[in-house]
Design a protein around this ligand. Sequence first.
Ligand code: NDP
Length: 347
Amino acid sequence: MSKRIILTGANGFVGSHILSRLLAAGHSVRSIVRSQAKASQVAADFPDYDGQHLDFGIVPDITTPGAFNEAVKSSPPFDILIHTASPFLYGAVSNNLDFLDPAIKGTLEVLKAVKEFAPSVMRVVLTSSCAAVINFAAPFASDPPKVYTEEDWNPITWEKALTGPANNGYQASKKFAEQAAWDFVQKGKPNFDLVTLTPPMIYGPLRHSIASVKQLNESNLRIYNLFVNSKEDAELPPNGLHIYTDVRDIALAHVKAATIPEASGQRFIICAGHVSSQEISDILRKSMPELKSRTPKGTPGAKVDPKLFTASSEKAKKVLGLTYKTKEETFVELAKQLLEIERNEKV
Ligand code: NDP
């Protein structure tokens, strides 16, 4: 049945894929973005739906008290909120609070607004992250390997979030925002229930249009810089976070989390599995001859360290019925699009 849905961050990498799926499924969506220019861009990306099943709310600063109060009012009223907006672009922040404040205050503000001004909302889906799950201070490899589940929380403290490197700020922003949401639901007793999704790195082709690779989102920007715009003899980049999921799978996970009754009150890890730098390099070099001189060669065929931790997606498989795209689909389709963006930039 068609639902009326609020989607924050609709112009972003993940948000635009969620929007695409929601619209294709016949839902009516209010996209919340920071400016009219961003709303116009989303409208241009979805020309078949603008004014029909797609409308907009402009919230310039999600940390302001009452920021969402007007944007969540609607006739017909809303049924569902999907909150994805949160800073992840490292180049756009100047200190760790720039991650923490919008993540935590933005989450609380939208939940408060929905509780008070959109009491018809029965389900909230929050895009959290494996950053809220993993203990990044623990060794990544062990025998047997650690398997993270929905019971795990990143133990990072507020003090380390403020004083550590930027990674601490981002990771903690996702942990404290998610915890604030669970706390809000437990203490505030709103009409809605909460579902949180904790994906690891998300990669894959873009659904929104960008004019330049400089406008890429954080995760795909790393693929561009390290694997598409490098050199054959460059050192293979370190793995970074070696678990991932495809953006199209995480988008579907949001739609299912929003609509499946059994998801109520649950936290879900959405993880396709391991991927190493060597695998990304091997996949790109094999499938895209034009990248041979631009993708670090490393040691082709080297296997992923089986002792590295992983994250269990069993619950998501059982309750949401999720399956995952192949690594080739994720990385080759992304890399082809990155080259196309580059080409268009030059004309
Ligand atoms: P994008 O940068 O593409 O999108 C982020 C969205 O959040 C944009 O709509 C952006 O709006 C909005 N946003 C960012 N900072 C602020 C702010 N200070 N105030 C208001 N809105 C803001 O990133 P992704 O699509 O990758 O991220 C979407 C969500 O997914 C985030 O919650 C992120 O933490 C989570 N996630 C992403 C992963 C990944 O690998 N990509 C992995 C795990 C979780 P604007 O364009 O105006 O800046």
